[in-house]
Design a protein around this ligand. Structure first.
Ligand code: MG
Length: 383
């Protein structure tokens, strides 16, 4: 029986993780859940999975939850410290890190320091503090398993060969909803249209990141830290059908890919059951479900976010953290109607241009650059 804690249990990945868990009650038990303010859903999760402890946004939400569940055998924490309590629960074997954005960093680091295996959906942790997080994991010899579908694919394809035989990693990208939209029409796209992803159903923030392709930029950085390859060994191909989730090209010309329907429960199941595989009640794989597959070179002029991400990765230090912090502020400004769609990447670029890179080997340095990026992005958006 594997004991699991989930950080971000009411979000898209958290809910799908619990779906996978509920298909295999003989294999998994849930010991901790961290959520935000959706206590109605958290209540249902508590009643179904009986975790030992949960955490919610703040004291007020915690007392509202107490009055929803009486009597309650589950310990209730709150706030940032509460999430960290869930991340380090002594009985947990595996922590699913599925919070959104930079807020996932501290609890993910806490889980790593507590020697937990981690199934990582919160890619921002690696973008912001890849050196620190990987260092903690390597020091303890624990596992850091990707939930991101592309990295799950790379992980599986890398198990087919020796790493010194790898020529390059090829990340696939659907291209998002604006793959065929001319540049001059991007300025006026609405929030609603940007949130309508052609192949994946995901949370709001990652859906907007997918529309700008900043998500793919983050994934390039994530791939570098997870697998230890240099930027020149990482390529991105547009693959609109989202069936081939990524590929590894070996030096002999063999290309190993992992395929599957765009269903996050598949990489989630792989991550939480690794090194085993578990059966899943997904729709059967038939030829028609894969259809015709196409691939094309990514056009960097159409998606400047990808160039920015490669720049940030080559620059290293605090630059990726700054890119992420500026992006988080810009995406929420777009979602709340304060800024046009094209303003997102323009803002990120401006903030990166203004940044003087520092080493990113301490948490303080990383958090300081994150805060600087957020403040700088906010003042740019206001003006
Ligand atoms: Mg992905």
């Amino acid at each position: 029986m594997k004991k699991i804690s989930i950080l971000g249990s009411t979000g898209s990945i958290g809910r799908q993780t619990l779906d996978v868990v509920s298909q295999h009650p003989e294999k998994f038990s849930v010991v901790g859940l961290a959520a935000g303010s959706n206590i109605e859903l958290l209540k249902k999760q508590i009643l179904k999975f009986s975790p030992r402890a949960v955490s919610v946004q703040n004291e007020e939400t915690a007392s509202a939850l107490v009055s929803l569940i009486k009597p309650c055998n589950t310990q209730i924490f709150h706030g940032l410290e509460g999430v960290e309590q869930i991340a380090v629960l002594s009985e947990a074997d595996l922590v699913v890190s599925a919070m959104v954005g930079a807020s996932g960093l501290r609890p993910t680091l806490a889980a790593a320091r507590a020697g937990k295996d981690i199934a990582l959906a919160n890619k921002e942790s690696l973008v912001i503090a890849g050196e620190i997080l990987i260092g903690e994991v390597q020091k303890r010899g624990t596992k850091l398993l990707p939930i991101d579908s592309e990295h799950s694919a790379l992980f599986q394809a890398l198990e087919c060969g020796k790493r010194n035989h790898v020529k390059r990693l090829i990340l696939t990208a659907s291209g998002g909803p604006f793959l065929n939209t001319p540049q001059d029409q991007l300025e006026d796209v609405s929030v609603e249209v940007a949130l309508n992803h052609p192949t994946w159903k995901m949370g709001k923030k990652i859906t907007i990141d997918s529309a700008t392709l900043m998500n793919k930029g983050f994934e390039v950085i994530e791939a570098k830290w997870l697998f230890g390859f240099e930027p020149d060994q990482i390529s991105v191909w547009i693959h609109p059908q989202s069936i081939v989730h990524s590929m590894v090209e070996y030096i002999d010309g063999s290309v190993i890919s992992q395929m599957g329907k765009p269903d996050m429960r598949i990489p989630i199941a792989f991550a939480i059951s690794y090194p085993e595989r578990i059966s899943m009640n997904t729709n059967p794989v038939v030829p028609e479900s894969f259809g015709e597959l196409s691939f094309q070179e990514v056009d960097y002029s159409q998606f400047p976010s990808l160039s920015l991400a490669f720049d940030a990765l080559r620059e290293g230090g605090t630059m990726p953290s700054v890119m992420n912090g500026a992006n988080e502020v810009a995406v929420s400004a777009f979602l709340s109607g304060q800024m046009k769609f094209t303003g997102i990447i323009n803002t990120v670029k401006k903030v990166m241009d203004l940044h003087k890179t520092q080493p990113a080997n301490t948490l303080d340095a990383v958090l300081e650059s994150d805060l600087w990026a957020r403040n700088t992005a906010q003042s740019l958006i206001r003006s």
